[in-house]
Design a protein. Structure first.
Length: 233
C-alpha cells in the first residue's frame, strides 16, 4: 500500500471536519473515528498518529486523547505502552468470548418472538430483504452491513435498550474481525440464506428450531473467523 493510499482516510477526515469546530467534544471526535474504523477506512492494527489527527480535525491534544480513551473503552482501539494508539486487531480469544456473549443475548431475544410487537418483527424481516437487495447488486459490503442490522434487529426483540447498546458494541468488535478477514463476499455470501431460514422458522412459529438454527449459525461463523484469524497471523 502506498503512503497516499494509507493516508486516504486521514485526508477524508480532514475534508469532513466542517461540523467539528473549536467547541467539539471528545464524543463527536470519537464518532468520526469510530465510523472510519468500522467502515474499514482505518485498518485493524494501524497506528493513529496523534499529531496528524489533531491537525486534520483541528482539535486539541486533550480532546483527541479523550476520544482515544472512549474508543479504547469500547475495545476498538488499544494503547500500547511506549508505542502509541492502534486500531484493535481481534484475536482468537476475543472471537470466542464475543460469540459466547452473542449466544446468550441473541438466543434469549429470539425466544421473545411470540411476545414481540409487530414493528420489531417487521424490522427483522426487512433486514433480510435489505441483504437480498445488496446481493442482487453484488454489493457484498452492503450484505455485511445488512447482516449486522439483522442481528441488531434480533436483539431488539427483547425490548431492552441496554441489550441493544451492548449488542452494538459486540457487533462493532465483530466488524473489526471482518476487516481482518478481507474479502467480504467470501465471508458473507453463505450467511444471508441462513438469516432467511431463521426468519422463515420464526414466522412459522417454530421458535425452538429458529434458536437451534441460530446456534448452528454462530458455531459456523465463530469457526470461520477463528480459522481465518489463525491463517492471517
Amino acid at each position: 500500500m502506498t503512503t497516499a493510499q494509507a493516508d486516504g482516510w486521514l485526508n477524508a477526515l480532514a475534508r469532513d471536519r466542517g461540523d467539528l469546530d473549536r467547541s467539539s467534544t471528545a464524543e463527536r471526535v470519537a464518532d468520526k473515528l469510530r465510523t472510519s474504523v468500522l467502515d474499514g477506512d482505518i485498518k485493524p492494527g494501524q497506528q493513529l498518529n496523534e499529531k496528524a489527527l489533531g491537525e486534520a480535525l483541528r482539535v486539541s491534544r486533550n480532546t483527541l486523547r479523550e476520544a482515544f480513551r472512549l474508543l479504547t473503552h469500547e475495545r476498538l482501539l488499544v494503547h500500547e505502552y511506549s508505542k502509541g494508539v492502534f486500531v484493535r486487531r481481534p484475536d482468537v480469544p476475543d472471537i470466542v468470548d464475543l460469540y459466547a456473549a452473542r449466544r446468550v443475548i441473541e438466543c434469549g431475544a429470539v425466544r421473545r418472538w411470540p411476545h414481540a410487537d409487530e414493528d420489531a418483527k417487521r424490522a427483522v424481516r426487512e433486514t433480510v430483504e435489505l441483504g437480498l437487495s445488496f446481493r442482487a447488486r453484488r454489493d457484498w459490503t452492503g450484505v455485511g452491513t445488512a447482516n449486522v442490522k439483522f442481528h441488531q434487529a434480533l436483539t431488539a426483540l427483547a425490548g431492552s435498550s441496554r441489550l441493544d447498546e451492548e449488542m452494538e458494541r459486540l457487533l462493532a468488535e465483530v466488524r473489526l474481525a471482518f476487516h481482518v478477514m478481507g474479502d467480504p463476499e467470501e465471508f458473507h455470501r453463505d450467511y444471508l440464506p441462513l438469516n432467511q431460514s431463521i426468519v422463515d422458522l420464526l414466522d412459522a412459529g417454530e421458535v425452538r428450531q429458529a434458536e437451534e438454527a441460530l446456534l448452528t449459525y454462530f458455531d459456523r461463523a465463530e469457526k470461520q473467523l477463528v480459522d481465518g484469524l489463525r491463517t492471517k497471523r
